[in-house]
Design a protein around this ligand. Structure first.
Ligand SMILES: NC(=O)c1ccc[n+]([C@@H]2O[C@H](COP(=O)([O-])OP(=O)(O)OC[C@H]3O[C@@H](n4cnc5c(N)ncnc54)[C@H](O)[C@@H]3O)[C@@H](O)[C@H]2O)c1
Length: 267
């Protein structure tokens, strides 16, 4: 879309990590709808990346699936080479891959001092080193082009703290500090660097499934802390991230935007 569209990517090529489902998928598709020149779809799970790349192509935008583990710097660099060859140099990076990494699910069950230290790396690897690695691989493209956008998806656990999620929270807090710092290095090249801090998102599901989930006592207690009484949606993330990646956001940098329905943490 061009002309009257506020969210205009100006033909830039974007890499979205962890884009095989939910927030990352929605972001990849939204960027494609707003004049991206091409979308590189990363996910650890190759079939997911391929499926979303096909959805992007169906919108008439070139796409390339780049399945790799963001904790692997050499894989990120190899993906950047492939993206440059197939789509052109990527000057937009959305660091969305997160949670407990590619092969584990987040289970906030233990206090920090009781958990197995062997589990720390899964959080630090994807949520912090993954952000370093993809940024390190793509920033030279942006410096060369004298334009660019980096948006990292973080978590309110890292902004306000969350019991039984301390290592994940600290990885997300570290990613925010990293973004604020590289924003200062990259401003002179017209590259902006921001974070979007989420509270609880619901995975993509039907309205019926969502109604069932939100009817539970646990969900009601949780949602009582949200001014807008619903869980976040992938489309909420896609909208703000796309705006921050657009030309309209060229004077916004070094910030962390809470995207959370007015969430207020408990003590
Ligand atoms: N879901 C929530 O409630 C919530 C809350 C706060 C923040 N966040 C953050 O939002 C982002 C998106 O969350 P979501 O719920 O859509 O995630 P999700 O778990 O539904 O999807 C993440 C995708 O990333 C991929 N992935 C994970 N680790 C990877 C790695 N190392 N390399 C490549 N791909 C990898 C997974 O295969 C998966 O397809 C994450 O950064 C997450 O930490 C989520």
């Amino acid at each position: 879309m061009q002309g009257s569209d506020l969210i205009d990517l100006g033909g830039q090529v974007a890499l979205v990590t962890g884009a095989g489902q939910n927030a990352g998928r929605a972001t990849a598709l939204e960027l494609a709808r707003h004049n991206a020149g091409g979308i590189a779809v990363n996910d650890y799970v190759a079939e997911r990346a391929e499926a979303v790349a096909a959805e992007v192509r169906a919108l008439g935008v070139p796409a390339l699936a780049v399945p790799f583990d963001v904790t692997d710097l050499e894989a990120a660099r190899a993906a950047n080479t492939a993206i440059t060859r197939e789509l052109g140099a990527a000057t937009v990076l959305v660091n969305n891959a997160g949670m407990a990494g590619p092969t584990a699910s987040i289970r906030p069950t233990q206090n920090f001092w009781e958990e197995d230290p062997a589990h720390w790396q899964r959080y630090l690897g994807t949520n912090l080193y993954g952000v370093y690695n993809c940024s390190y691989a793509l920033i030279p493209n942006m410096v060369e082009a004298k334009r660019g956008r980096i948006v990292t998806i973080v978590s309110d656990s890292g902004r306000v703290g969350e019991a039984k999620m301390a290592v994940y929270a600290s990885a997300k807090a570290g990613a925010q500090g990293f973004m604020r710092s590289i924003a200062k290095e990259l401003g002179r090249y017209n590259v902006t660097c921001n974070s979007v801090s989420l509270s609880a998102l619901m995975p993509d599901m039907s309205e019926e499934q969502l109604a069932e989930v939100t009817a539970s006592d646990h969900a009601k207690a949780m949602l009582s802390r949200y001014t807008i009484r619903r869980y976040g949606k992938s489309s909420d993330v896609a909208a703000l991230v796309s705006f921050l990646c657009s030309n309209a956001a060229e004077w916004i940098t070094g910030q962390t935007y809470p995207l959370n329905g007015g969430y207020a943490p408990s003590a």
